[in-house]
Design a protein around this ligand. Structure first.
Ligand SMILES: CC(C)(COP(=O)(O)OP(=O)(O)OC[C@H]1O[C@@H](n2cnc3c(N)ncnc32)[C@H](O)[C@@H]1OP(=O)(O)O)[C@@H](O)C(=O)NCCC(=O)NCCS
Length: 328
């Protein structure tokens, strides 16, 4: 028997410290005007020293559990989408399990860069749908400040830290919940966006540190083009798969990489005005945390109401991409 799967609660957490474009002007050769006009970003949150991805995840998780009206003991699984785990292992979800007290959950991370949260939702949905789990905590969380090269103006102006979480549960009678998902990858393009050092290919050494290989590298212009194409295609495909058109959609929550990317996607899809949710001006690109943080804000602001059709779409390193459509 298959079950419909819904999001029963959302939560998010942003670290206290805010880094503005004016602060960045003092760190690298840039200006607020350049950053804002090229990306739409004005400021981003930065985790405190000692504040790890799991700590931000646990804070977001507690909000999502409250919103869902369940306790951590009710969770069957915890999945964290992240490219900035606390450690190489154990996985970040195990750290979260320990912090929130979820003894009945099994825990693992998904590494699909900015698409990590959508990939994790898709996995959780399958577990619930086939009856293997009832409640799954899915988190997208990043401490991108820990892999940002603060001397590279072409990347350091774009990223921020934060965490978003949802609880996925069996939908009630008559609720459609998640209506369709589309996921894709293209490993041929791995060179355009990556952190080359610190893994098994280039293990950490004095040389890799001297060569700044533990920081994010990005071919911005190339990534931009692929992001627009892949996210537009994924959104179109997932709507068709669910038997919907863009006119049915009440709210689009896109990955918050760049306002110009989001506007290009909206114009390709032909969306109505005002349905695309954007928070990147305040938070920057938070990779796997972008969609769940934006979702939680949209829900708490009343931008998403019961019965609304909501579309998620994301794209990131790998390349990876995905889209999901659901009835709220
Ligand atoms: C990074 C990005 C904002 C740059 O915008 P762009 O319009 O493509 O700008 P370009 O890379 O063409 O750079 C234009 C110029 O600005 C300069 N520049 C780069 N960063 C700068 C900064 N922070 N401040 C001032 N100038 C900067 C470049 O050196 C370049 O100068 P040049 O023309 O003399 O060589 C944009 O490409 C982007 O958003 N890409 C996708 C990023 C992304 O989404 N990444 C994550 C994927 S999930």
């Amino acid at each position: 028997m298959t079950h419909a799967v819904k999001i029963s609660g959302t939560g998010s957490y942003l670290p206290e410290k805010v880094l503005t474009n004016y602060d960045l002007e003092k760190m690298v050769d840039t200006t607020h005007e350049w950053i804002h006009s090229r990306s739409g970003i004005s400021e981003r949150h930065i985790a405190a020293e000692g504040e790890a991805t799991s700590h931000m995840s646990a804070a977001a998780a507690r909000n999502a559990l409250d919103a869902a009206g369940i306790t951590a003991e009710d969770l069957d699984m915890i999945i964290v989408g992240t490219i900035t785990p606390d450690m190489v292992f154990p996985n970040t979800a195990c750290f979260v399990q320990n912090q929130i007290g979820a003894p009945n959950a099994f825990c693992f991370d998904v590494e699909a860069a900015c698409s990590g949260f959508l990939y994790a939702i898709d996995i959780a949905r399958n577990y619930i749908s086939n009856g293997s789990a009832k409640h799954v905590l899915v988190i997208g969380a990043e401490k991108l400040s820990s892999i940002t090269d603060w001397e590279d103006r072409s990347t350091c102006v774009l990223f921020g830290d934060g965490a978003g979480a949802v609880v996925l549960s069996v939908a009630d009678e008559g609720e459609r919940g998640i209506m369709g998902t589309v996921m894709g990858s293209d490993g041929r393009l791995n060179e355009l966006l990556n952190v080359p050092g610190g893994g098994s290919r280039h293990p950490a050494s004095h040389q890799t540190v001297d060569d700044r290989m533990h920081y994010m590298k990005m071919a911005g212009r190339e990534v931009f083009k692929h992001a627009v194409r892949c996210m537009s295609d994924a959104a179109t495909t997932v709507l068709a798969k669910a038997g919907l058109t863009v006119d049915d959609v009440a709210c689009i929550i896109p990955h918050q990489a760049n306002a110009r990317i989001i506007n290009a996607i909206a114009s390709r899809l032909g969306t109505k005005d005002g349905i695309v949710y954007m928070n990147l001006e305040r938070v920057g690109n938070m990779s796997a945390a972008s969609v769940p943080v934006a979702l939680d804000e949209a829900v708490r602001e009343g931008r998403i109401k019961r019965g609304d059709i909501v579309l998620f779409v994301a794209f990131g390193g790998g390349f990876t991409w995905g889209a999901s459509v659901l009835e709220w």
